[in-house]
Design a protein around this ligand. Structure first.
Ligand code: ATP
Length: 639
């Protein structure tokens, strides 16, 4: 709080009292839980860190004496790292993602987990059988049958599992492993029903702060709230988040409503991130939802917002967007708009990114499999790491004629030059070095005459030379004979041509991926490491960028969860929408509005919205009539 007291009063500290209020809640006896109401860019993370610093100063002795810690739940591993760093890696605070937090609670309760799983599996099987009896045959029936078989098998093996395992960042495919949604469900159930689990939580973590609480799983959030209500004298919850930024379907819809009367509800007013024009826009977007209106910093720039509309069927969207970026450079008087890497382009989903960046073919077969999806998107699949962390850097170094890097990659990663191999080679070490050199040449030969190999060509080449270790997931494919590989390729081609997904196995997915071009490896790696200028609307939660281009294109997005056409009033609401609205239930329009709020509020300087629609004129009229954009800010572009 010293920071606050010493801060110069330039009119930008109007929310400092909120941090004071939170500290009071944290210092109070009995503890007072709180829900921080704060919109985009208001410094929620800053307040969270400030709260932790207060706890470090005022409570660390007492907590340590009792062997207790402060729990902090946040959304991504990256956010965990950031918070841990900002509080000086203090072991007093356990910062974790939802999944690792709940796993530390339920881990070891194997008999209870077993009993829970038994009931769950039995009920799922009964449910599937019921549907099966009413089903009309076809693929759905076959899928259900398979699902019933798998669940029945799992049920039968349950008694033999002595200990359950779980990795918050992994695939969890073993017989004894739990999957991601199971650990959350189990923890929610145990916290709601089992006094032992409730006691465990409150004695280990008498204070629990939850960041991005609007997206915390509904069942779990309700369980935490019920524990807090039951043990309000000993257990304190602090919720940080913004209900307008709820973008995942499993968050608690009415979070922040009907809180117990003894909770504090501090509210932040100032947006420290966005320029004035963007703040007016997001206030307008929010006005129909709640009354939270933000004010800009006293030193905020005016900022630039533009809304461009194009026909949905234009052929070359990326060229059109490039032209728009050039226009923005002039309008915003900011030449940096001409540098693609300096503009954050937000698209609705990963599929669109994969298509636009040119890695869709390798992406699609892997995305299709539930167990591969997460690893594909965060770049942790070992089968892919082989290509992007070993082969790609080597090939790039070869292309750049950088023999120093080539040598260092091979020395570091090739089993041909590992310490054990070299030791075993004795005085024949130079032969081993020659072998490694030949292996690199063999690999490089796949690129001769400007060709680009497929992933499978690389895999087979490296398997033959032993240049790099082959990951386990690809081994069954790597060890095939030429004849077997030919047969497998023919079978995959037949399945793809017939769009035959029946009995599709993970190996089928890998096979299909391997038959596509390695050219895609670089754009893929740029995307997953965040180096590409593209990101998804959802992926930029919590982030900010000087120049933001939001792409709105319902036609290129799959699924029905979002509809910008409905938000902009050019597509009629369905009967379902009206019914849901009446019942106070979630609708696609509400969901899209929140997503639009999140994307627009990422902008620190200027914002271009590029909307593709079949009805450009109507979109234009509607966004102007609603007062979201001035006439001078909207432009229909015909290319
Ligand atoms: N009191 C403050 N004074 C100056 N700058 C601040 C203050 N609070 C936050 N900021 C700055 O404002 C920006 C937004 O802060 P932060 O990302 O923490 O907001 P947030 O509420 O988490 O936003 P969102 O929910 O939109 O992701 C950051 O650059 C942060 O450093």
């Amino acid at each position: 709080m010293l920071e606050v007291a010493l801060a110069v009063d330039d009119g930008n500290n109007i929310d400092a009292k909120v941090d004071t209020e939170i500290s009071t809640c944290l210092g109070q006896k009995p503890p007072k839980s709180f829900f921080l109401f704060a919109g985009a860019g208001s410094g929620k993370t800053r307040s969270l860190v400030q709260a932790l610093r207060f706890i470090q100063k005022s409570h660390s002795r007492r907590l340590r004496l009792h062997g207790q810690r402060v729990g902090v739940i946040t959304y991504t591993n990256k956010a965990c790292g950031e918070i841990t760093h900002r509080i000086g890696f203090d072991p007093l605070v356990e910062v974790s993602t939802i999944h690792s937090f709940v796993w530390t609670l339920i881990q070891g309760f194997d008999e209870d987990i077993k009993a829970w799983l038994k009931v769950e599996l039995e009920s799922e099987i009964a449910d599937l059988k019921d549907k099966q009896a009413k089903g009309r045959g076809g693929k759905a029936n076959i899928d259900r049958e398979k699902s019933i078989e798998a669940k029945t098998r799992r049920l039968a093996t349950l008694p033999d599992i002595p200990k359950f395992t779980y990795n918050p960042n992994g695939d969890n495919r073993g017989r004894d492993s739990l999957n991601h949604s199971e650990v959350v469900k189990i923890a929610s159930a145990f916290l709601s029903e089992k006094p032992t689990m409730q006691r465990l939580l409150i004695t280990r973590f008498p204070m629990l702060l939850i960041d991005e609480s609007q997206d915390t799983n509904k069942m779990l959030m309700e369980a935490f709230l019920s524990v807090q209500e039951k043990y309000s004298a000993e257990f304190q919850l602090g919720l940080f988040g913004d209900t307008m930024q709820r973008i995942y379907a499993d968050g608690k819809v009415d979070l922040g409503h009907n809180l117990p009367a003894d909770w504090a509800t501090p509210t932040k007013k100032m947006n420290h991130r966005c320029p004035k024009r963007v703040i007016t826009l997001i206030n307008n977007l929010r006005a129909d939802v709640d009354n939270q209106e933000q004010i800009p910093r006293t030193d905020a720039e005016e900022g630039i917002v533009r809304f461009f509309i194009l026909r949905a069927d234009i052929a070359d969207k990326m060229t059109a967007e490039k032209l728009i970026a050039e226009k923005m450079a002039t309008i915003a008087n900011d030449a940096t708009w001409n540098k693609p890497e300096e503009v954050k382009t937000l698209i609705l989903e990963h599929h669109m990114a994969a298509k636009r960046m040119g890695f869709y073919e390798m992406y699609e077969p892997l995305y299709r499999d539930d167990t591969l999806r997460i690893g594909l998107l965060d770049g942790t699949l070992s089968g892919l790491k082989f290509f992007v962390n070993r082969v790609l850097p080597l090939v790039e170094a070869k292309k750049g004629n950088d023999s120093f890097i080539v040598a260092s990659i091979v020395r570091k990663h090739s089993p041909l030059l590992s310490k054990t191999t070299l030791k075993a080679a004795g005085d024949k070490q130079s032969m081993q070095i020659q072998k490694a050199r030949e292996a690199v040449d063999a690999l490089w030969s796949l690129w001769k005459e400007n060709k680009t190999p497929r992933f499978i060509d690389i895999l087979r080449n490296v398997t033959a030379t032993g240049l790099f270790e082959i990951p386990e997931s690809l081994q069954p494919i790597a060890v095939r004979s030429d004849e077997e590989q030919k047969l497998a390729e023919a079978e995959i081609a037949r399945k793809m041509a017939a769009n035959d997904r029946e009995d599709e196995t993970i190996l089928d997915n890998w096979d299909q991926f391997l038959l596509t071009s390695f050219e895609q490896a670089k754009p893929y790696v740029n995307y997953v490491t965040g180096k590409a200028s593209f990101d998804t609307h959802q992926g930029v939660k919590g982030l900010q960028f000087p120049r933001v281009m939001v792409i709105i294109d319902d036609s290129a997005a799959r699924g029905f969860l979002f509809s910008y056409d409905k938000l902009f009033g050019v597509k009629e609401r369905t009967r379902n929408d009206f019914d849901n609205e009446k019942l106070g239930k979630e609708t696609g329009i509400a969901r899209t509005r929140r997503l639009f709020y999140v994307t627009c509020s990422r902008s620190e300087e200027s914002l271009a919205i590029v909307a593709y629609s079949d009805y450009p004129q109507r979109v234009s009229e509607n966004v102007i009539n609603r007062g979201w954009f001035a006439e001078s800010e909207v432009e229909i572009i015909s290319v």
